[in-house]
Design a protein around this ligand. Structure first.
Ligand SMILES: C[C@H](O)CC(=O)C(=O)O
Ligand SMILES: [Mn+2]
Length: 339
C-alpha cells in the first residue's frame, strides 16, 4: 500500500475547540514537536481559514500572521500550510501568508461550489506554492457530484483534492465510495479529512487509505472542531500496525500529545450528546460552540437545534442561522405552552 502523506491540523482545526486562543508560545511548542516527529505538513491559521477572526466566526487571541510566522521560523523540515475559505479570506490575505512563508494552501468550499476556488487555486500556483482543494460537507453529495467538483479543481491546477467529512457523518462504506470515485477520475492526489462524531475518524481514515487516499489529516489528541479529528498519534500507530511506515516518530507524537497538547485542552474531546446528535444530523462540526451558546441563551437542548439545522441542511458559513433557528424553536415552545 502507498504511504499516505500526513497533514497535522491541530493548529488550525484545533483552534475551533479552544475558541481561537492559541498563543505564540503554544504554536512554537506544537510545531517543534510535530517537526521533530517528522510530520511532513503542519496547517496553521484561524479555524475558519485566513482572515477568519471575525464576530461571526470568533476572534483570534493572537493575530494569525504572528502564529504563521512562528510556525515558519520553527519548522526545520515540515511544510507550513494554511486553510483559505473564499469570501472569508481574499487574495490579499493569501499573498501575505505566502510572503510570510507558507508553502501550501488548502482552499475550502462547500462541496458543490468548486467553481469559487478557481482564482485562488490559480493564484497559489502563480505564487509557486502547493494548492489543495477541500470539498467540505462531503456526506451531503453522492460520489458522482464530488468527482465532478474535484475534476474542476484539478482543471484549475490543484495538486490534490480532499474529501472532507466536516460533520463526521460518513461511515467507512461512504468514505470508500467517495475516495475511490475521485481516484478513478483524477490524476492528482486525493486526500481525506475525518471528524469523530460517530467514533469512526480512525476507521474512516483507514478506509480512505485502503481506497487509495494519498493524503490524510490528523490532529494531536484529536483536538479539533466538535467531536475532534482522527488523532495524529493514533493514525501513526495504526499505520505502523498495518505495516505502513510513514517515517513519523510515534514516541515523539505521544510525548507531544501528553505533555504539550493535553494541558491546553479546556475539556476533553468526547462524543457526548451534542457531538453525536451533530454528526447524526449531518451538521458542520464548527457550529458546536455557537449551538451551545444559543441553547443556553434560549433555554433549549442543543440536540433540538442540531436536528433542525440538519433538517434545513445548513452549511459552513451559515453560522448566523443558528440564532434564527434557536429563536424560532424557543418561540414555538412558548406558543405551545400557551395552548
Ligand atoms: C473551515 C473548516 O472548518 C474546514 C474543516 O476542517 C472541515 O470542514 O472539517
Ligand atoms: Mn475539520
Amino acid at each position: 500500500m502507498k504511504i499516505p502523506r500526513l497533514t497535522d491540523t491541530t493548529l488550525r482545526d484545533g483552534s475551533h475547540a479552544i475558541s481561537y486562543s492559541y498563543t505564540v508560545e503554544q504554536t512554537r511548542e506544537i510545531v517543534r514537536g510535530l517537526d521533530e516527529a517528522s510530520v511532513p505538513v503542519i496547517e496553521v491559521s484561524h479555524g475558519a481559514g485566513l482572515n477568519g477572526s471575525t464576530i461571526q466566526q470568533g476572534f483570534s487571541k493572537t493575530p494569525e500572521y504572528d502564529l504563521i510566522k512562528t510556525a515558519v521560523e520553527t519548522a526545520k523540515q515540515a511544510k507550513i500550510a494554511s486553510l483559505f475559505v473564499p469570501g472569508i479570506g481574499t487574495s490579499e490575505e493569501l499573498k501575505k501568508a505566502v510572503d510570510i512563508g507558507i508553502q501550501a494552501v488548502r482552499v475550502a468550499v462547500h462541496c458543490t461550489e468548486a467553481d469559487v476556488t478557481e482564482q485562488y487555486i490559480r493564484l497559489a500556483k502563480e505564487l509557486e506554492i502547493e494548492a489543495v482543494g477541500f470539498l467540505m460537507m462531503a456526506h451531503t453529495q453522492p460520489k458522482e457530484v464530488l468527482a465532478e467538483q474535484a475534476k474542476l479543481m484539478e482543471s484549475y491546477g490543484a495538486d490534490c483534492v480532499y474529501i472532507v467529512d466536516s460533520a463526521g457523518a460518513l461511515v467507512p462504506q461512504g468514505v470508500r465510495e467517495r475516495v475511490s470515485a475521485l481516484k478513478d477520475v483524477l490524476s492528482i492526489d486525493v486526500g481525506f479529512h475525518a471528524h469523530n462524531n460517530l467514533g469512526l475518524a480512525i476507521g474512516n481514515t483507514v478506509a480512505a487509505i485502503e481506497s487509495g487516499a494519498d493524503q490524510v489529516d490528523g490532529t494531536v489528541r484529536a483536538l479539533g472542531a466538535g467531536a475532534g479529528n482522527a488523532p495524529t498519534e493514533v493514525i501513526v500507530a495504526t499505520l505502523n500496525k498495518m505495516g505502513i511506515n510513514t517515517g513519523i516518530s510515534l514516541s515523539h507524537l505521544m510525548d507531544l500529545a501528553e505533555d504539550v497538547v493535553a494541558p491546553i485542552i479546556p475539556s476533553p474531546i468526547v462524543i457526548d450528546r451534542d457531538n453525536l446528535s451533530s454528526g447524526y444530523a449531518g451538521v458542520y462540526n464548527s457550529f458546536l460552540l455557537h449551538v451551545r451558546h444559543a441553547a443556553e441563551k434560549f433555554d433549549l437542548n442543543p440536540t433540538e437545534i442540531m436536528e433542525e439545522l440538519g433538517r434545513r441542511q445548513a452549511i459552513a458559513g451559515q453560522e448566523d442561522w443558528i440564532i434564527d433557528v434557536a429563536l424560532e424553536l424557543a418561540d414555538k415552545k412558548k406558543d405551545m405552552a400557551h395552548i
